[in-house]
Design a protein around this ligand. Structure first.
Ligand SMILES: Nc1nc2c(ncn2[C@@H]2O[C@H](COP(=O)(O)OP(=O)(O)O)[C@@H](O)[C@H]2O)c(=O)[nH]1
Ligand SMILES: [Mg+2]
Length: 207
């Protein structure tokens, strides 16, 4: 049987990958993945395949900060992701990179403002994925947890910092796919289903 095209969902533990996966499935009740359980345990790379869906979903842990994880384990996860993407990038038609809006500022402070020698792992991961020709969408999740003003401030900081790493983030509704420099992002809430329609439409367009 022909393998279905794969959608890659990548992000640190607890950002909402399983919640978003569940929203995309045709039959959510058949979803075995646990939401909010075992943070950082998603080391198993096993696609979620459903009969009535035109694509399959692969959920991968992100680089860095799984709760309570050792540096050795983090290095191991990073190697695993790098190897997986180097080997399998041609299977993926789209990559959703999920971020928790509440963690963006922390990461920038720790790895950019306070230490100019390090790169925030999010930017490292985006740059790495861009080397392959997989289309990327950055999902800024959990926007229901911040005020509108906070949301604007954090996203502005994110965009401004990304520019310093040569990454040009642009709201998905302004994104021009012919400009290979641009990377689209979408404000999202898996709990409130904010912009779920836009997300589904974009996935369908790329299939
Ligand atoms: N407030 C809020 N909570 C969310 C959202 N998305 C996920 N969560 C919660 O965040 C926790 C982790 O979600 P999960 O999908 O398991 O994250 P994963 O580890 O990336 O797979 C769970 O308690 C979810 O209910 C969101 O958009 N808003
Ligand atoms: Mg999960």
């Amino acid at each position: 049987m022909e393998e279905k095209p794969s959608l890659l969902i990548i992000g640190n533990s607890n950002v909402g990958k399983s919640s978003i996966t569940k929203l995309l499935l045709k039959d959510a009740s058949a979803f075995k993945g646990k939401i909010g359980k075992n943070p950082g345990s998603t080391l198993l790379i096993k696609p979620i395949i459903q009969k009535n869906m035109p694509y399959q979903i692969v959920d991968l842990p992100g680089f860095g900060y799984a709760k309570g994880s050792s540096q050795r384990r983090e290095k191991h996860i990073k190697d695993l992701i790098v190897t997986h993407i180097e080997k399998n990038n041609d299977k993926y038609f789209y990559c959703l990179m999920v971020l928790n809006i509440l963690r963006i500022e922390d990461e920038i402070k720790k790895y950019h403002i306070k230490n100019l020698k390090t790169i925030p792992l999010t930017f490292e991961l985006i740059s790495f994925l861009k080397e392959f020709s997989i289309s990327i969408l950055i999902i800024i999740n959990k926007i229901d947890k911040v005020t509108n003003l906070e949301k604007k401030r954090i996203i502005n900081l994110f965009i401004t910092t990304a520019k310093l790493y040569n990454l040009h983030l642009i709201p998905i509704n302004e994104y021009n796919e012919n400009n290979i420099m641009e990377i689209p992002y979408l404000e999202f809430s898996a709990v409130k289903k904010t912009n779920l329609g836009i997300l589904k439409k974009n996935i369908d367009q790329l299939l």
